[in-house]
Design a protein around this ligand. Sequence first.
Ligand code: 13P
Length: 257
Amino acid sequence: MTSGVGKIRPLVAGNWKMNGLKAGLREAEAVRDAVAGPLAGLAVDTLLAPPATLLMAMTTACSGGGLTFAGQDCHSNASGAHTGDVSAEMLKEAGATAVIVGHSERRADHAETDAVVRAKAEAAYRAGLIAIICVGETIGERKAGETLAVVARQLAQSVPEAATAANTVIAYEPVWAIGTGLTPSPGDVAEVHGAIRRDLTERFGANGHEMRLLYGGSVKPDNAKVLLAVDNVNGALVGGASLKASDFLAIVRAYES
Ligand code: 13P
């Protein structure tokens, strides 16, 4: 089953995590220049999610060429007494069009539950941002044969009722593949992405059929072509390899025919 392949415009997104000082803007500028120049004809969207401290500078320096920008997290409230947090409205004003929510590092480091993630996705919609909602199993869950059940639960409880193909992107990121150099086999990715597609289509109809499903976890220039060719994989969420423009652009180029 191809589930809209050929219809869904893919997205290659870079998550810089807690990396990047002002000097890193040069990498974003190089991505902007390539996306606006030699790669402009590729049928793929591109996005960078810098740390919050760099977001405004990056959107100011690099906008106008097709590259878009995201926050890495947001609070569920629009404003208030939440020291250290950033709201979806603040990200929007800083030039973001999207925000990553429910990344496994947030779920683990900040004890974010599915309910919290869902509230953050709803905050993204409220602010007019696309929610990039992350799901994925731990190594223990995979070994116990619980991958599909875990991902189904995370989807059911983290994705709001108001999700559409326009306001939501799902990122499948197996926790054990993040930053380890390990990846699931293409067959394993196809199995999980196929299950996600079925779940979303059952729940959201055409919107679920057309929602973008990204794979994330050790995506590199040398494995991108294989992973991005898997059925129901509509792009990548890239961590480490998004920090250098040359690596990130090599992954984008996986969409060159
Ligand atoms: P790596 O590409 O460094 O494995 O990180 C993946 C990730 O967590 C992106 O959000």
